[in-house]
Design a protein around this ligand. Structure first.
Ligand code: SAM
Length: 250
C-alpha cells in the first residue's frame, strides 16, 4: 500500500481548516476539512475519510492526513465526484446529514464515498443482481447503506421500502430514455417540497438525432414543471454527453 506523505499538501501558509463549506474556494491550493472533517479537497483531488481503515472498495488509492486514512474519490468513476470537481455547488453537509435515495447504485463505487460522509441512511437502488450482490456485501459492514435490489421504475415499491424515513436528497445515475419521467415520478410519489436532486442526465441516451443543447433544452422544459433548476454542470472531460442537473422540488 502506497502512503502519500501529508507534507505533499503543505504550502507556505500550512494547512487551512475550513469551518464551513461556504468558505471553500474552487482553486484553493490548501488541503482542508469540511465542517464534519470527513473529506479533504486539494485542488481537483477529493478524498473521503475511510470508514474502515486499510479497506479499499474499488482499488482506490489510500493516503494519510493528520492521522486519518482517506480514500481517493475518482471523478472518472463517479459522476457525483466529477460534478464536485467541476463545481462547488455540491453541498457536503446535505450529503452528510440527510437520508439519501440513490438510484442506480451499481456495485457501490460512489455510494461507498457517500457512506464515508453520511450519518444517516443511503437507500441504494440497483436493478442488476450481479451489481446488487456487491452492494449487499458492502452494506454488511457499512451500516448506513440500505440496498434495494429493484427496478427504480417501481416507485411505489421503493416508497414502501423507505417507509417513514424522510428523504433529504436524491441522486439519480441511471441512463435511459425514461430518466426524466422517472425523476418526475419519484418527486410526485416520494419527495417533500424543496428536496434537492442531483440528476446525472445522459443526453445521448435520450435522443441521438438532435444536438446535445437541443435535447437538454427539451428535457429542461419538462423538468421545470416540477422542479426549480438550481445548476447545470457539464461533466466533460470525465463523462461525455453527461450533465449533472441540480434540481429542487417546487
Ligand atoms: C452508470 S451506472 C451507475 C454507477 C454508480 N452510480 C456509481 O457511480 O458508482 C448505472 C446503474 O444503473 C443500473 N440501472 C439501470 N436501469 C435501472 C433501473 N431501472 N433501476 C435501477 N437501477 C438501474 C445499472 O444496472 C447500473 O448499475
Amino acid at each position: 500500500m502506497k502512503k502519500i506523505k501529508c507534507n505533499n499538501f503543505k504550502n507556505s501558509k500550512g494547512y487551512k481548516v475550513s469551518k464551513n463549506f461556504k468558505n471553500f474556494k474552487k482553486d484553493d491550493l490548501n488541503a482542508f476539512f469540511n465542517s464534519n472533517e470527513l473529506f479533504i479537497r486539494k485542488g481537483k483531488n477529493i478524498y473521503t475519510k475511510n470508514m474502515f481503515k486499510s479497506v479499499k472498495v474499488y482499488g482506490e488509492r489510500l493516503f494519510y492526513f493528520k492521522g486519518f486514512e482517506f480514500r481517493e474519490w475518482n471523478p472518472y468513476k463517479s459522476k457525483l465526484c466529477a460534478s464536485i470537481v467541476k463545481s462547488d455547488f455540491i453541498d457536503f453537509d446535505l450529503l452528510s446529514n440527510s437520508n439519501i435515495l440513490y438510484l442506480g447504485a451499481s456495485c457501490g463505487t460512489t455510494v461507498s464515498h457517500i457512506s464515508d460522509l453520511n450519518y444517516k441512511k443511503i437507500f441504494s437502488v440497483e436493478i442488476s443482481y450481479e451489481m446488487g450482490i456487491q452492494l449487499v456485501g458492502l452494506s454488511r459492514t457499512r451500516k448506513n447503506i440500505f440496498p434495494i435490489i429493484e427496478d427504480a421504475r417501481n416507485v411505489l415499491n421503493i416508497k414502501k421500502l423507505i417507509g417513514s424515513n424522510r428523504i433529504g436528497l436524491v441522486i439519480l445515475d441511471i441512463p435511459g430514455k425514461f430518466q426524466v419521467d422517472l425523476i418526475n415520478d419519484i418527486a410526485i410519489h416520494i419527495l417533500k417540497k424543496h428536496t434537492i436532486i442531483y440528476f446525472s442526465i445522459k443526453l445521448s441516451s435520450i435522443n441521438s438525432s438532435k444536438s446535445l443543447r437541443e435535447i437538454l433544452n427539451i428535457e429542461l422544459v419538462k423538468l421545470k414543471e416540477i422542479f426549480d433548476i438550481k445548476n447545470i454542470i457539464s461533466l466533460e472531460p470525465f463523462e461525455k454527453n453527461h450533465y449533472m442537473l441540480i434540481l429542487r422540488k417546487k
